[in-house]
Design a protein around this ligand. Structure first.
Ligand SMILES: Nc1ncnc2c1ncn2[C@@H]1O[C@H](COP(=O)(O)OP(=O)(O)OP(=O)(O)O)[C@@H](O)[C@H]1O
Ligand SMILES: [Mg+2]
Length: 357
């Protein structure tokens, strides 16, 4: 079934004023029924279905060994899938490998560069590998963007780890790919470089490049991604727009600091999802973000409205006073940990709007 993309705009950050309508466009990467069993017999991927829209930033999250690199390497033609198909910009990555690979840039998880070459030579050579004509102005632009211009004549072995990682990115960009895979681009890089990389990724996207990245820094996904895919034990357990994911699976909590401590919850509050905390000094109300602000029927057939105003009214009616209140929302990190810790499948994977069943 054809995915339905609805129109959205984002990316107004950075003052670019650009509108990204990736969801209205054709998928640029299409993965259908991909399985991978390594020669050892280890099943690394199970029936992966995923489509990535043109110009989106997609973050693939998952614990160590989940299968993220395996999936990226399959798309980039480094690992062969046991079954299933992948197309990049309409080109089958097996039957039409050259055309597919030409459109892809890959920054691998493991640093692999020729230690004795200079930065300039290695990036220029990479461009030549894809049979792009020499373009010193473009190579210069890439090196400047990655703050490598001053190091262009340095041998790679003389660079720091973070600089080497930037060289890997420059190499991946050398042939002007439309789709860029970044497999843990910010592992082991300092805070400033991480921010530089985020800015670079946004600029690339503004230029029409589709970006698929993996990261163990959940805040990075929270900051960067339009959409998030979570892989666990070889299965894509969730694919969802970041904002929707946080709304759907996130919990919000309202904490009231009571004027008088309570020994137990009064019967008048039965049916409310409340808990007493801090030796009865705090009343904690937990609700799903999707229900926030809406008066919904209470669980178990009760028809008590369970929104914050109703709760506050009820407390006033029964004479419970509070000094102050605060709310908190679960982070993407908490959602992620919940999804991968018990192995339950909280969402339906594979469709861009991945609505939960
Ligand atoms: N060549 C191989 N032969 C056998 N098993 C492999 C091979 N490559 C990877 N695996 C196994 O496949 C699983 C997935 O590995 P993969 O590198 O895709 O994980 P990942 O999600 O990228 O993890 P990380 O976050 O640590 O990078 C792991 O259990 C790994 O040991
Ligand atoms: Mg990996």
């Amino acid at each position: 079934m054809r995915p339905r993309y609805s129109v959205r705009h984002a990316g107004l950050d950075g003052g670019e004023g650009a509108r990204y309508l990736w969801r209205a466009m054709e998928p640029v990467v299409s993965i259908k029924g991909v399985n991978k069993t390594y020669a050892s017999g280890f099943v690394a991927l199970k029936k992966i279905d995923l489509e990535i829209g043109k110009g989106e930033i997609f973050a693939l999250l998952g614990p160590n060994g989940a299968g993220k690199t395996t999936l990226i390497n399959i798309i980039c033609g480094i690992v062969t899938a046991s079954s299933g198909t992948v197309t990049a910009d309409g080109h089958d990555i097996v039957r039409d490998y050259r055309s597919a690979r030409f459109r892809i840039g890959l920054v691998p998880q493991e640093l692999t560069t020729d230690a004795f070459e200079t930065v300039w030579a290695t990036v220029s050579f990479s461009r030549g590998l894809f049979r792009r004509p020499a373009n010193p102005a473009y190579v210069e632009k890439v090196l400047r963007e990655l703050s490598l211009w001053d190091k262009r004549q340095s041998k790679i072995m003389t660079l720091s780890g973070g600089m080497k990682r930037r060289v890997m990115i420059a190499k991946a960009l050398a042939h002007e790919p439309e789709i860029l895979f970044l497999d843990e681009p910010t592992a082991g890089v300092d805070v400033e470089l991480r921010r530089d990389m985020w800015a670079l990724v946004r600029r690339l996207r503004a230029g029409g490049v589709t970006i698929i990245l993996t990261t163990h820094y959940i805040d990075e996904a929270e900051e960067m991604a339009d959409r998030i895919g979570i892989i666990n034990k070889g299965e894509l357990v969730v694919v969802e727009e970041k904002t929707k994911l946080m709304q759907k699976l996130g919990k919000r909590q309202l904490t009231l600091n009571l004027q008088e401590p309570m020994a137990e919850l009064p019967a008048a509050l039965a049916g409310w999802p409340l808990a007493l905390k801090a030796q009865g000094n705090q009343l904690e109300y937990t609700f799903d973000t999707r229900e926030a602000g809406a008066a919904v029927a209470g669980a178990g057939g009760s028809d008590t409205p369970q929104d914050i105003p109703s709760l506050l009214r009820r407390l006033a009616e029964i004479g419970i006073g509070f000094k102050d209140l605060s709310t908190s929302q679960s982070s993407l990190e908490e959602i992620f940990v919940n999804l991968v810790s018990d192995g339950t499948h909280a969402g339906q994977a594979g469709t861009p709007d991945g609505s939960r069943s």
